[in-house]
Ligand binder design. Structure first.
Ligand SMILES: C[S@@+](CC[C@H](N)C(=O)[O-])C[C@H]1O[C@@H](n2cnc3c(N)ncnc32)[C@H](O)[C@@H]1O
Length: 294
């Protein structure tokens, strides 16, 4: 769908038929590493169903936390019970439920994975939010909205699928004047980085950039930059990596002897190790902007 190395290619109808993807999803994916296996294929040629199954079993599909979702929401004013909010690349809806609980408007979550959307709608029922929160299968590069229909576009750890710059530019038309965009995005904290982590990210997501450069992209795309803040380390360690420890063990037991599952787990562990080693050089940053003209 996009020119990014780590983006999906194709449409929803093809996903269930597709056995292998050369690109990836979620963190594996965004952080999909360039380890080579002995068949000289990149390790991120995983079975898409396997990846979806793995990420369906954890509360979130990328770094973040309820507290940081609420903090970002705090920069957005004038929401009412008529407000139209969408969460693009919502996954199973961890952050979308928080959004719906802390606003009174209508929240739609959009994701390519039908399995994630099924779980999203189960979660909305569990939270008693089914009248105001709905999950829809769809792609962020082909959105079903009218021009100037939306009050808020949200996307946590998912805009990379279309690319930060492209997403900001293409999605702007769906916002009303005065509407907000709030996205979290992998960003460099320093001007210079050790070669190992620089190379890893150039392979996974070359659009990663420094915070000032991302803010400039937001301004150039026609938004007033309202706020940026760095997600705390706990968004990775407690909310993303920790729930995976027992989940990985169970997943490997279930898929004993399945080489793709073993490689997927190895990739995820490598991702966590790199974060521990290089966390002062990169992380996720929330960017909040306001569309100030039509
Ligand atoms: C890193 S996960 C983040 C999920 C969730 N926002 C979170 O923070 O837990 C990225 C999500 O983007 C979804 N995705 C990938 N490409 C997409 C596309 N073209 N349109 C909509 N969703 C997409 C994936 O299925 C996955 O759920």
């Amino acid at each position: 769908m996009s020119t990014q190395k780590n983006s999906f290619e194709g449409r929803e109808g093809n996903w269930r038929k597709q056995k292998k993807v050369t690109h990836n999803i979620c963190a594996v994916a965004q952080l999909g590493v360039n380890i080579m296996n002995d068949e000289n294929k990149t390790i991120h040629e995983f079975d898409l169903e396997l990846i979806w199954e793995y990420f369906s079993g954890i509360p979130r599909q990328g770094p973040g936390s309820p507290a940081e979702t609420i903090k970002a929401l705090g920069f957005i004013d004038k929401l009412t019970s008529d407000s139209q909010i969408v969460d693009l690349g919502c996954g199973t809806g961890g952050q979308t439920m928080v959004l719906a609980e802390h606003t009174s408007g209508f929240v739609r979550g959009i994701d390519l994975s039908p399995g994630f959307i099924d779980l999203f709608n189960v979660h909305a029922q569990k939270w008693g939010l089914q009248d105001r929160a709905r999950g829809i299968v769809g792609s962020m590069d082909d959105l079903p909205f009218q021009k100037a229909e939306l009050d808020v576009i949200w996307s946590e750890g998912a805009i990379y699928n279309i690319g930060f710059n492209r997403g900001l530019n293409e999605w702007r038309k769906y916002l009303k004047a005065g509407g907000y965009i709030a996205v979290s995005e992998a960003s460099w904290f320093t001007k210079m980085r050790p070669a190992e982590i620089e190379q890893f990210w150039m392979d996974a997501y070359p659009e990663i950039d420094t915070i000032p450069n991302k803010v400039a992209q937001m301004q150039n795309a026609g938004y007033l930059p309202i706020a940026t803040f760095v997600l705390p380390e706990t968004c990775w360690t407690e909310h993303f990596f920790r729930p995976q420890v027992s989940h990985q063990k169970n997943f490997l037991e279930k898929h004993a002897g399945n080489r793709a599952a073993e490689e997927l787990m190895a990739n995820l562990r490598h991702e966590a190790e790199l974060y521990r080693k290089y966390k002062e050089f990169y992380g996720y940053v929330f960017y909040i902007g306001k569309k100030i003209q039509t």
